[in-house]
Design a protein around this ligand. Structure first.
Ligand code: ADP
Ligand code: MG
Ligand code: MG
Length: 208
């Protein structure tokens, strides 16, 4: 795959929604350990709503797929709803009916920067940003080196998974996990885990 089409983008969000159903229990458990236990529910509700919106108001471009997903998350409470709503909204600014790795990398760069500004979070604070930043860099580097979109998304998926795993060793500096101190050590941040799921869902291959 060298370009992302509207159908390909919808299939990506559908696979992400399926992964949120599959991982509901494990995401819930992670947020029970470091937060209030509602992250699995927030993600699943947001993605069920996104899938529903894509059915009732069919998108005509990849940007519109991400924009519908954004609208769905903006209706969800919690900390993750507004942050994911903003992230998908900025990704949705990507224009055209066929999106290249370069187009996606630049939209993703703006999206991740916007989340960092809103949440005031840096890499190392044990949040979704710890997966977003390395995934964005990997996608950008792959695009610059002329990789196909599939290859670029695969490197983003690997980087996001490593980023999510890196949060285990961290003490949280943002979000509810910051209140539990040492209890958060050893636990993967659920938001970072979800971002890794999103990039893994870009590929038809089995989710790692
Ligand atoms: P709440 O704590 O309000 O219940 P959620 O459970 O919906 O929020 O989302 C928790 C996730 O939000 C965390 O796992 C983390 O990834 C992310 N998060 C929390 N605070 C921030 C922040 N300031 N910046 C970026 N991400 C954050
Ligand atoms: Mg929570
Ligand atoms: Mg909550």
């Amino acid at each position: 795959m060298t370009m992302l089409s509207v159908g390909g983008t919808r299939a990506w969000i559908d696979r992400f929604a399926d992964a949120a159903e599959d991982q509901f229990d494990s995401l819930t458990d992670l947020d029970r350990l470091v937060g209030d236990g509602d992250f699995g529910m927030n993600l699943r509700t947001g993605l069920r709503s996104a899938v529903q919106r894509l059915r009732s108001d069919p998108p005509t471009s990849p940007g519109e797929v991400f924009a519908r997903t954004s609208d769905a998350f903006l209706d969800i409470g919690g900390t993750s709803g507004p942050l994911l709503g903003l992230w998908f909204g900025r990704i949705g600014a990507v224009s055209g009916v066929e999106v290249t790795a370069t187009d996606l990398a630049s939209a993703l760069g703006a999206a991740t920067a916007a989340v960092q500004r809103l949440g005031n979070a840096q890499v190392g604070h044990k949040t979704m940003v710890d997966a977003m930043v390395p995934a964005t860099s990997a996608l950008t580097e792959a695009a610059v080196s002329g990789a196909t979109l599939s290859a670029a998304l695969n490197s983003a998926a690997t980087a996001a998974r490593l980023g999510a795993e890196s949060t285990r060793a961290m003490l949280a500096r943002r979000g509810r996990a910051a209140y539990v101190g040492e209890h958060a050590r050893g636990v993967e941040d659920p938001g970072a885990s979800a971002i890794a799921m999103f990039f893994a869902a870009s590929s038809y291959k089995s989710v790692p």
